[in-house]
Design a protein around this ligand. Structure first.
Ligand code: RBF
Length: 170
């Protein structure tokens, strides 16, 4: 296959979610940043045509709780993808690294163990200023980018399933 021209941009349209919804697990810790990530994520899901009644939001206390919430949501089989949102800001103790590692590894494990795509919209920043820049500031909104990743993965997984199901498919 030869691709002529640039890589196509991700399709703006929402994928057919096959009757499933999108789950958003959103941590509350570092509230100013966390709420902006959630707003950016929800705005992007709506922009891409996901109906209001197909968006479920589960709030958790902090990023450490995201993997457990994502696992619970994924196991329901109601969701085409789970978006995980959180804001980790480095403090003076090693907690940041411990929580960041548990969070990233845990979310990756949920996706691999359940087969439900989980998008990683968790900021890991040294300062609140850096985090705000990535939550709707100069560096974009990582919550919106996580929404895009979730929809793109949901579409990819649906296409893989459809190909497997196609009669005579190789
Ligand atoms: N949760 C976050 O989402 N972001 C943070 O930056 C963050 N920093 C924390 C720092 C300390 C010292 C502790 C104890 C917790 C922190 N948490 C943070 C909360 C954590 O994710 C979790 O909600 C709590 O530890 C309760 O299980």
């Amino acid at each position: 296959m030869r691709l002529i021209g640039p890589e196509p941009a991700p399709a703006p349209a929402a994928p057919d979610l096959g009757g499933k919804s999108i789950a958003v697990a959103a941590a509350r810790f570092n509230e100013d940043v966390a709420e902006r990530l959630l707003s950016g994520c929800l705005a992007r899901l709506r922009e891409r045509g996901v109906p209001e009644d197909a968006i479920d939001v589960a709030r958790v206390p902090g990023s450490f709780e995201l993997p457990a919430a994502a696992m619970k949501l994924a196991l329901t089989e109601r969701y085409a993808a789970v978006v995980c949102l959180g804001a980790l800001i480095r403090g003076e103790t090693p907690h940041f690294d411990v929580i960041a590692r548990a969070c990233a590894d845990g979310i990756a494990r949920v996706a691999l163990d359940t087969g439900v795509p989980c998008a990683f919209g968790v900021l890991t920043c040294d300062t609140e200023e850096q985090a705000l820049a990535r939550a709707g500031g100069a560096m974009g909104n990582k919550g919106a980018e996580a929404a895009d990743a979730a929809l793109d993965m949901a579409r990819l997984f649906a296409a893989i399933d459809a190909r497997e199901a196609a009669p005579g498919g190789r």
